[in-house]
Design a protein around this ligand. Structure first.
Ligand SMILES: Cc1cc2nc3c(=O)[nH]c(=O)nc-3n(C[C@H](O)[C@H](O)[C@H](O)COP(=O)(O)OP(=O)(O)OC[C@H]3O[C@@H](n4cnc5c(N)ncnc54)[C@H](O)[C@@H]3O)c2cc1C
Length: 268
């Protein structure tokens, strides 16, 4: 039998809309009869004919509707990018291809012994976390799920109505936005995820943390969480970009101290 995970499967657009400035949600239906074992956090390769030729990139599944065979993706539209402008411009019925089944879904990575689940995403990195939370709460998850999203400006905050719907539904769900360059009228948290992490991780040793998006955030948070004593299996991740980023040892040490409940180290 052909290995379906390595074949390119035709997919057609059933929905394509912005969910924030520069962030797009595209839903694709797979009309074939091949297996559909997808869940939020799985990664597939997406291939698309663009004005500059055939391009492919990995994308993380945010939603997987098995009954309708629809996969939902959320991605940052890179204005000069090779693939994302063409992906975001596909009309209903437009064609793409997907291949593979990579990574583990988030619900399999979250430690069953953890009592609290915290997801941290930069920009479109919120997408798979939202999909995971929606699926888990619908299936009766009783543990609190707290998502934290970091963006540059308020207009970049994705999925407002979808997050409100989750907060109004069953279970304990909270999403905290953090804006690094807010307008003067922004009343929420200012700065980066790493600035505020101790506030949303008060019960660190009981928590599972899943990190998604910019590798600068992922590497800094991962290193600080482990330095603060969180075991490796309680920190899981999915990097989207910025692979050359290095965690600054001084920032990591300071964040680890604050995560441990100690005062921040004095500035040099
Ligand atoms: C395992 C994996 C899963 C991924 N899943 C997702 C996903 O679910 N959603 C998503 O938005 N992206 C995701 N990405 C990134 C995605 O594969 C592409 O790199 C991205 O969409 C750029 O496509 P492009 O061809 O338009 O840009 P390119 O022409 O490839 O230009 C890329 C430029 O944009 C930068 N860039 C790439 N992604 C981002 C981003 N999210 N925000 C800001 N700058 C970025 C790169 O650093 C580079 O400078 C994932 C990457 C990996 C490795």
């Amino acid at each position: 039998m052909t290995d379906w995970t390595s074949s390119w499967r035709r997919a057609e657009v059933v929905e394509n809309r912005p969910v924030a400035r520069g962030t797009q949600l595209t839903a694709l239906r797979l009309p074939d009869n091949l297996p559909f074992p997808f869940a939020p956090g799985h990664v597939v390769a997406l291939r698309l004919m663009t004005p500059a030729g055939l391009h492919r990139h990995p994308y993380t599944v945010c939603g997987a509707d098995e009954a309708n065979r629809v996969l939902t993706f959320i991605y940052r539209v890179i204005p000069e990018g090779r693939l994302t402008p063409a992906f975001a411009a596909l009309p209903p019925g437009g064609a793409a291809e997907i291949s593979g089944l990579h990574h583990s879904p988030i619900h399999e990575e979250v430690d069953a012994e953890a009592q609290v689940i915290v997801g941290c995403g930069t920009s479109s990195g919120l997408g798979p976390l939202w999909g995971y939370a929606a699926r888990s709460l619908m299936e009766g998850e009783q543990r609190p799920i707290h998502l934290v999203v970091g963006v540059r400006e308020e207009a970049d905050l994705p999925l407002g109505p979808e997050l409100e719907a989750l907060a109004a539904g069953p279970g304990t769900f909270l999403c905290t936005p953090i804006v690094s360059r807010p307008s003067s009228s922004w009343a929420g948290l200012r700065g980066r995820i790493t600035d505020h992490a101790p506030a949303f991780l008060p019960r660190l040793q009981n928590t599972h943390v899943h990190l998604v998006g910019n590798m600068a955030m992922v590497k800094t948070m991962e290193a600080a969480l482990q330095a603060a004593g969180l075991p490796p299996h309680r920190v899981t991740k999915e990097g989207f970009f910025n692979w050359n980023a290095e965690a600054d040892p001084a920032v990591v040490a300071d964040l680890a101290r604050r995560l441990s409940g100690l005062p921040a180290s004095a500035p040099p």
